[in-house]
Design a protein around this ligand. Structure first.
Ligand SMILES: [Zn+2]
Length: 301
């Protein structure tokens, strides 16, 4: 099947950052999916940028006001690690709106993919690690406020711990944050999520997939989530510049297929976000494409 895709023209806005930060990733990914026939033109959705009211459901209201007024201070800019300005702000608001929309579409159709998002380091009142706002945390709170879901599972398989998501959502009953990450990677100080699996550096396909197979079926059965947000970051790849794990292309493909298939079998709708991936643009985009090929291999949801 071809899932509903979420893309906003502001995802194309160039944002300056360190050399390994791939500003054009969302745009390149959409082009690549179109080239490969993985986009159903009738099911490409444009989100509304997130409002201040939505953001304040997950972030401190003075932080939201400060950022929306363009007044992020020096410490905040350093934690962010990207050049803060109108382009980044517009892109971030579109990405948060995109993850909210992906969640809503997933509830209607079973599977929906935002071609941005995964800002999992942004905390309650501060940016961090290229993340200005925490789109998944905002989306969880918006969908719950709209009465659309109560039990939500966050499956964060980006190689870095979803520390901001855990910090924001830790106290929400009915929300479960799973993070599988590299123990010796950023962030130095890990937050406490609902379930954190910290893998040693150089963990390979076999170890990674076995861990996932051990954890995920039981969680889905026990929690019976009404929706899962899947951070499908491709930075666990062995050639990722910031990764430190050792997954192959086949390992990433098997991981994505496993998550989608286990959720589909349990009848759990899934909204995906891109998460991290660092390296040469073509290689990174090819790794992100694996998720959409895994989706295409499903006959239905
Ligand atoms: Zn990452």
């Amino acid at each position: 099947m071809r899932p509903a895709l979420v893309f906003h023209p502001d995802y194309r806005l160039a944002v300056a950052g360190p050399p390994h930060f791939l500003s054009s990733r969302s745009a390149l990914l959409l082009d690549e999916l179109e080239r490969r026939g993985l986009v159903d033109p009738g099911r490409l959705h444009r989100p509304l940028p997130a409002s201040g009211r939505w953001l304040a459901l997950a972030h401190a209201s003075d932080y939201v006001t400060t950022v929306l007024e363009g007044r992020l201070d020096g410490a905040g800019r350093r934690r962010l690690g990207l050049v803060f300005g109108q382009a980044l702000l517009r892109r971030s608001l579109a990405a948060v709106g995109g993850t909210v929309l992906a969640g809503q579409l997933a509830l209607e159709e079973g599977l929906a993919c935002n071609l941005a998002g995964g800002g999992h380091h942004a905390g309650v009142a501060a940016p961090a690690g290229f993340c200005l706002f925490n789109d998944v945390a905002v989306a969880v709170r918006v969908l719950r406020a709209q009465g659309l879901v109560s039990r939500v599972l966050v499956i964060d398989l980006d190689v870095h711990q979803g520390d901001g998501t855990a910090a924001i959502l830790a106290c929400d009953s009915g929300v479960f944050c799973l993070s599988v990450h590299c123990r010796t990677n950023y962030p130095l100080r890990k937050a406490r999520g609902s379930l954190d699996l910290a893998l040693e550096a150089e963990s390979d396909d076999g170890l990674y997939l076995a861990a996932l197979e051990r954890l995920l079926p039981g969680l889905l059965a026990r929690l019976r989530p009404e929706l899962a947000f899947y951070n499908a970051g491709v930075d666990p790849h062995r050639e990722d510049r910031l990764g430190r794990l050792a997954l192959s292309d086949g390992g990433i493909a098997a991981r994505d297929a496993l998550v989608l298939e286990l959720c589909r079998r349990r009848g759990v709708p899934v909204a995906t976000v891109t998460g991290g991936g660092y390296g040469p643009p073509e290689a990174v985009v090819a790794r992100h494409r694996l998720l959409f090929e895994a989706a295409a291999a499903l006959s239905s949801w």
